[in-house]
Design a protein around this ligand. Structure first.
Ligand code: BG6
Length: 597
């Protein structure tokens, strides 16, 4: 889940690569590094920790030397092989220090390659799988030109990877992908390769999407070739224009991406409704025709799948299921050609979702995907794709994308009931309600007080029933990943079957409720908690006198409540992270999209 970037062009590569790394940092922030090929020498700088450490070092160096180059590569790492250290940070290099490589993914056969290279006298300095790539290219380069040596190397690598190679001799760059994301950017001054589009979006939104088994050779600031490195076939592909603005990919006036993206929720809901009507019609037919619908996703997108399961079951009376992508292999054999698989993924790169869909496609089963990142792998392996239009989401914690996913699922649900206009009107009204909440100082004050109240808590239990059960799960995930607070969610009815044993005096418990058939049962469950001494905090459309605290929300239809109830949770997660001195955008041990197994 690392972020890689490369640049060849007229601008100073130091700045371009560093800007790119800052935009990629949400993909992994254990260590980072940059390599610049200057006229007569190479500058290689690697640091443990965040990009700011690397930036400090570069500023120091620039006081002593003129770090100006027209070609450079960089990487921000999420460690898989080898501990977090400067030695294991990327870029890695060959014995002759002429070949430099940054990589995202895992080389599964690296030990075997390493063994054969050690026999040929190569010296390895790191514990990483990546380091075999520059040494193997060096080995083949003894007899082959740079491009051929790279091509031969890529053919030999097993596993999922995207990598970029810088050749100090020719100052040329070659990139290749097989399973991990790689995109190319074209500006009037130069050429970019990166793990995703925001890395160079402030320079250009003209993008060429690179497919698996393809390599790209950047020869100078404008000439490049793309070929399939197995078949050697040259590929001519037109650039696409990405309708994201650089402002969208930057924090702007906000201190963190998380609060910026929470503030973009009202717009995200509206934008998710901007869909091609004939496409929606076609997809509604797919849903109607399907014998069974199976939702697949991970993390927050998995919770959106679960909301889809409840809605399709209750309103479309459709046999429906949700299978977490990481467990999907155990269920794929039960899915038939008459079924429809709906995959949900913000990044479109989550490896468990990609692999699940590849298995489904092997069985010729129809796949619809709801995705946020244009050109991502999932958009290229699915039969039908609906973009959720949430715009770039850079905080590791998904927020606005969840609301966009739920809005699109509601659009599909009620369009299937010929109530498209009705749900569009209700969602636009809801987005206004949420905008009012986000600008309501008293409401924000309430959330900040709650964050303060929870700052020393180590456990939090959350209940919800029906459509509010996924809300409870999303709440638990958010306080875990954002605040390192052990949050655990239960379907209200599960309480008495064991978990209520965890509750003691003043144990904080969140109650998600809405005006629906489950309201009474949920309140009964909360009284069972209260009688064991729990401190009840309610999230719902009215004040509950027996609760210790009430976060009162506008009254909405039950199917809209999951979108509303999660908004105060996202705000709470943000303010609690600040109180605990945590980085809301880059929680420890996590990354925005999980692209390795
Ligand atoms: C995790 C993110 O890595 O992946 C979560 O931290 C996200 O926020 C999950 O929900 C699934 O990601 P995606 O891109 O498939 O929706």
């Amino acid at each position: 889940m690392c972020g890689i970037i490369a640049y060849k062009g007229k601008e100073n590569a130091v700045k371009v690569v560093m800007d790119g790394l800052k935009h990629l940092e949400y993909r992994g922030y254990d260590s980072c590094g940059i390599c610049l090929s200057l006229k007569d020498k190479v500058t290689l700088i690697k640091k443990v920790g965040k990009i700011e450490n690397l930036e400090k070092e570069i500023l120091e160096r620039q006081k002593k030397e003129n770090l100006k180059s027209d070609v450079g590569i960089g990487q921000s790492r999420w460690a898989t092989h080898g501990k977090v250290s400067e030695i294991n940070a990327h870029p890695h290099f060959s014995c002759d220090k002429e070949i430099y490589v940054v990589h995202n993914g895992i080389i599964e056969n690296y030990e075997e390659i390493k063994k054969s290279l050690l026999k040929k006298g190569h010296k390895f300095v790191s514990e990483t799988d990546t380091e075999v790539i520059p040494h193997l290219i060096e080995e083949y380069r003894k007899k082959l030109p740079f491009e051929k040596a790279c091509q031969k190397t890529f053919k030999e690598l097993k596993g999922l990877f995207a990598c970029v190679v810088l050749d100090n001799k020719t100052k040329e760059i070659i990139g290749a992908r097989n399973g991990s994301p790689l995109v190319m950017g074209i500006s009037k001054d130069g050429l970019f390769l990166a793990s995703d589009i925001p890395a160079f979006l402030d320079k250009t939104n003209k993008v060429i999407l690179i497919n698996d088994l393809e390599m790209v050779h950047l020869k100078n600031e404008k000439d490049y070739t793309i070929k399939n490195y197995l078949s050697n076939k040259i590929i001519k592909r037109k650039p696409v224009t990405i309708n994201w603005t650089k402002e969208e990919a930057e924090k702007g006036k906000y201190p963190h991406f998380m609060i910026k993206e929470i503030s973009e929720i009202p717009e995200a809901i509206k934008k998710s409704l901007i869909q091609n009507p004939s496409k929606i019609k076609k997809i509604i037919n797919l849903i109607k025709k399907a014998k069974r619908v199976i939702f697949v996703g991970c993390g927050t997108a998995g919770h959106a799948c679960l909301v889809g399961k409840y809605l399709f079951s209750k309103y479309l009376k459709k046999p429906v299921d949700f299978i977490s992508a990481s467990e999907f292999p155990h269920f794929v054999s039960t899915i038939t050609k008459n079924d429809l698989v709906i995959a949900i993924s913000q990044s479109g790169e989550t490896i468990d979702v990609i692999e699940a869909i590849k298995k489904v496609k092997e069985r010729k089963i129809k796949v619809l995907s709801l995705v946020n990142v244009m050109g991502s792998t999932l958009t290229r392996i699915s039969d039908e794709v609906l973009m959720i239009n949430a715009g770039p989401e850079k905080c590791v914690l998904a927020t606005k994308s969840y609301l966009s996913q739920l809005s699109l699922i509601l659009l599909l649900t009620f369009s299937s009931l010929n109530q498209k206009q009705k749900i569009e009107k209700e969602l636009k009204k809801l987005s206004e309600e949420i905008k009012k909440l986000l600008n309501n100082k008293k409401f924000i004050g309430q959330i900040k007080n709650l964050a303060n109240l929870l700052k020393d808590s180590s456990h939090l239990y959350i209940i919800g029933r029906g459509l509010q059960y996924p809300t409870a799960l999303e709440t638990a995930l958010k306080v875990k990943e954002g605040d390192y607070l052990h949050g655990e969610a239960f379907a209200g009815g599960e309480l008495k079957h064991g978990v209520i044993a965890l509750v003691e005096k003043n144990t904080p418990c969140f109650i998600h409720f809405s005006k629906d058939e489950e309201e009474t049962n949920t309140l009964i469950n909360s009284m069972e908690l209260k009688s064991r001494g729990a401190y009840l905090i309610g999230f719902g459309y009215k004040k509950q006198k027996d609760f210790n605290k009430n976060i009162v929300l506008p009254e909405v239809e039950e199917y809209l409540a999951p979108l509303l109830n999660i908004v105060p949770i996202y705000l709470l997660t943000y303010y609690l992270a600040l109180i605990k001195g945590l980085d809301p955008d880059k929680p420890r041990n996590l990354a925005k999209s999980v692209t390795v197994k």
